[in-house]
Write a protein of this length. Structure first.
Lengths: 358, 358
DNA sequence: GAAACAATGGGATACGGTTCCCTCACCCAC
DNA sequence: GTGGGTGAGGGAACCGTATCCCATTGTTTC
């Protein structure tokens, strides 16, 4: 008893089961299913009937071991619930599924250890690319770390894509999809300045976060361009969340800081700031103007609707996947520094800015 | 020339490359790496050095073909950017990664064809489970369709998990993780009624969506319990989005409907409703009270902060994964109807409800 | 000092597909 | 009538890893 494989009713049907039951060879079944080889109608009919009867699907692992297989991309993200990068993920996933590709997701929770573990895990999976989302902390090791990732993945016929992160220096095999972060901040600050605001509370984000650094830099440039002295005392760093927006405004008011506008690092921070202003009896935008950054759905759902900077997150996701697909199709490798894509940003004017009254 | 395998510098290193370079057998390398077999320190050292030099990682496809491999769960979701189910996804992913499992995501975009294709794709991947998120449309075929999915997956040693969807009837091998949807709506409506509201505009969602049906039913029960006649004319169906909330309120006001409160199907709908009220010169909550459902972060970021129903989305995600892990550990199969988990909901009182003034 | 035993390492096979190479049958042209 | 061409289907090698089974070596015990 006990043949190579029992006439198993348990577990999953294999291609051999199908072949045997249809009275054809394994090779024929494979050909019928992949459809890349001429097969007679009769054979196709016989095989497909058994496939339906057995509810057979091919084993993706075996398939990809043997050379074929559906490509997979991995998205690594700090926090899956962050609105902005959820849209990037959507762009990636929709572009991937359009091509029949699969999407794996992993969350790093800002932990470098976990990030490393996930990159390796994804390398094991043989993913076509690892897409890293979100601003990075600008610690010294960052460049080295990413370069190492890039080379590891490249050596494994995979590829590293950085979305919304600073590009890598030197000849590193990675693709960067970025947006004009500093330019958006420049435009946003200019909008406030041209409305007449001079004393602006700035909440750029964490000091070490590259995103925050760019936004602060853009704001400073705008002040400079307008010939308005920039007061470092009006900058408050902190996380990109509602609580920080609230607390920063509350404290500033308590300390008697005088400002007629708040330039927030994200829409969520802006929401917190606006709430704190109201709690202090100040009206937005009549008494104090508030602007955000990112243009997530929340921005247009607040009252007043938030003037903010639009970032094409979903398009960035699509662009990232397109870059991967293109390079894979063309068999291209190591294309040097042409792999840096920067998408534009622009101010969306809504209702949260008025000229200062004082 | 051309051995079985070139001393390849291209592509990915295999376990054979490592074995050869370390001067040991393939079996030994495998043992060192999986660590489930006694190995001498000397051997381990030699192997690990080569592994580091070559930056070798095992091929996950080959590994799972050979029996091992890291389990994977698939999340299928309508729209990845929906706030509520993003939290479920987070719960699933965090619980998965805690166990070293991987998470695949796919979006169905409300398309049954695509849903079917994705379930089959996931079956090919040999996932431990397919987790379907979000309310379903109550078309006749639903039960049959899901039962078919459940049986297909079960036959392939996988499993179907429904989250936030109605459970399946009969002896179907599926797990359901649900929340007390109707109960939450009942409590929310009761909250309004006990504050004195009698004329309430109800925006439950799409009439065919099971979630909306439950929320409407709960509201009706509350009216009944309070002995207040429920006016079907005050119900407006529509999608769970900001625009619907806005439009529904705007139209109701235009048509001269008199109401002192809005019972919205989701927080986002509530946000739209509140905005429309303000646009019409009505204050929230002084003139009209507004309540939502879901308790997504938006709810506490609006002004006024929204009174709503808390749904433990993230916990549902964790529970779903736990259910899968448990049944896989215990080798349990077909456990009948004990596989229906219902988590509680409760009203979160914030600032958007006041007794009616008229 | 020989025999039984524990501790390690190697060879071979299986996992479930894809695809190369070959056979076989059939058809056409000379 | 025979040779060569064409096209469909079968046999088998191979993808990269895990593990069963056996060989070897060093250690302990009588």
């Amino acid at each position: 008893m006990s043949q190579r494989k029992g006439s198993g009713d348990s577990g999953r049907a294999t291609i051999r089961d199908v072949a045997q039951r249809a009275g054809v060879s394994v090779a024929s079944v494979s050909r019928v299913l992949s459809g890349n080889y001429p097969v007679s109608d009769e054979l196709r009919r016989r095989v497909m009937k058994v496939v339906r009867d057995l509810d057979y699907v091919t084993n993706a692992h075996a398939r990809s071991l043997a050379g074929g297989g559906t490509p997979t991309v991995a998205i690594l993200i700090n926090n899956i619930t962050g609105a902005a990068f959820t849209h990037v993920a959507k762009g990636v996933e929709s572009a991937a599924s359009l091509r029949g590709w699969l999407t794996l997701v992993g969350t790093t929770g800002d932990d470098p250890e976990r990030e490393l573990a996930l990159v390796n895990l994804m390398r094991q999976q043989g993913v076509a690319a690892v897409i890293l989302l979100g601003g990075a902390y600008d610690y010294d090791e960052y460049q080295l770390r990413m370069a190492r990732f890039a080379r590891s993945l490249d050596a494994a016929d995979s590829h590293l894509v950085l979305v919304g992160r600073p590009p890598l220096e030197g000849d590193v095999p990675a693709t960067t999809v970025d947006y004009d972060n500093e330019g958006g901040a420049y435009a946003m600050a200019s909008h406030l300045l041209s409305a007449g605001h001079r004393r602006v509370l700035v909440l750029p984000g964490h000091a070490e976060l590259t995103t925050a650094q760019g936004r602060l830099k853009g704001a400073k440039r705008a002040f400079e361009a307008y010939g308005v002295p920039f007061d470092p005392g009006m900058v408050r760093h902190g996380p990109y969340d509602y609580g920080h927006g609230y607390d920063a405004v509350e404290e500033s008011l308590r300390q008697g800081a005088a400002f007629t506008a708040v330039l927030a690092g994200t829409d969520v921070v802006a929401a917190g700031a606006a709430q704190a202003l109201r709690a202090a009896g100040l009206r937005v935008p009549e008494d104090v103007s508030v602007v955000g950054y990112d243009d997530i759905p929340l921005a247009s759902q607040l009252t007043p609707q938030l003037t903010t900077v639009h970032v094409p997150y979903e398009e960035m996701g699509r662009a990232a996947l397109r870059a991967v697909a293109d390079r894979r199709e063309s068999g291209r490798r190591r294309v040097g520094d042409a792999d840096h894509l920067v998408l534009g940003t622009h101010v969306v004017v809504r209702q949260s800015v008025r000229p200062p009254t004082q």
